[in-house]
Each structure stands twice: as C-alpha cells, then as structure tokens.
Ligand binder design. Structure first.
Ligand SMILES: [Zn+2]
Length: 126
C-alpha cells in the first residue's frame, strides 16, 4: 500500500520576531513601574512623560525643559515662547481677568446695596 504523497507541504513557519533586535522587557521610562516590551516606554507612556515634563517646565523646572529639548520634544525657541504665552502664562492672565470681574461684580452689588439702603433710610425718615 503506497502512501499518497501530498503536494502541499506544511508551510515553513518563520519567526516573526525581527532578527538582531533584543526584546527584553524594561521598566517604563515614565516611572509608572510597568514593564515595556523592550522599548523605553509602555504604550502611550512617552506622551505621559512629555506631559509631565511640560507641567514641570511650566512650574519653573529648568531641567525638565532641558530634557524636553534633549528628547527632541520641544525646541529651545518653543520653550521660550511657552514661557511667555504658555498655559501657565495664560492661567495667570485669566486669574487677573477673573479677579477684575469679581471686583466689578462686588462694586455693582455695593452700588445696589447702597441704593437700597438709601431708599430704606429715606422711607424711615419720611
Ligand atoms: Zn509608564
């Protein structure tokens, strides 16, 4: 009984891992403690790190600015512009605007109360 030869041989399964690249889990660079699949960051955590560096820079951390430039996430010029018109600067400006609005509102209330008092006093007097 002759074995029937199959024409379709099993396809050669190739390794899908790229050759020459070490895939060694590392601790995520953002400091979250998660392990990566070999890169510097867990998925999306480079953005997390960038965001925290920007926040630190806005709070006045010079070394955070240096790291942003070093990583190519911001240029020196962009950081200089951010200092002048970044979220921190805009927050300060809007805080001033809110304060001015509050003062104006209080002034209006004081004027209304003064008028109300004058009316009451006038009623009593008459
Ligand atoms: Zn992380």
């Amino acid at each position: 009984m002759a074995a029937r030869r199959t024409r379709t041989a099993e396809p050669v399964v190739e390794e899908t891992k790229p050759k020459g690249r070490k895939v060694e889990p590392k601790e995520c660079g953002c400091g979250c403690g998660a392990m990566t699949k070999g890169g510097e960051w867990a998925i999306g955590h480079d953005m997390r790190k960038k965001s925290s560096l920007l926040k630190a820079f806005d709070a006045g951390d010079v070394s955070a600015g240096a790291e942003l430039v070093e990583r190519g996430w911001r240029t020196e010029a962009a950081l200089a512009a951010r200092k002048l018109d970044g979220p921190a600067a805009r927050t300060a400006a809007s805080a001033e605007a809110r304060k001015a609005a509050k003062v104006a509102k209080l002034d209006a209330r004081i004027a209304a109360l003064t008028a109300e008092r004058a009316a009451l006093v006038g009623e009593v007097a008459s």
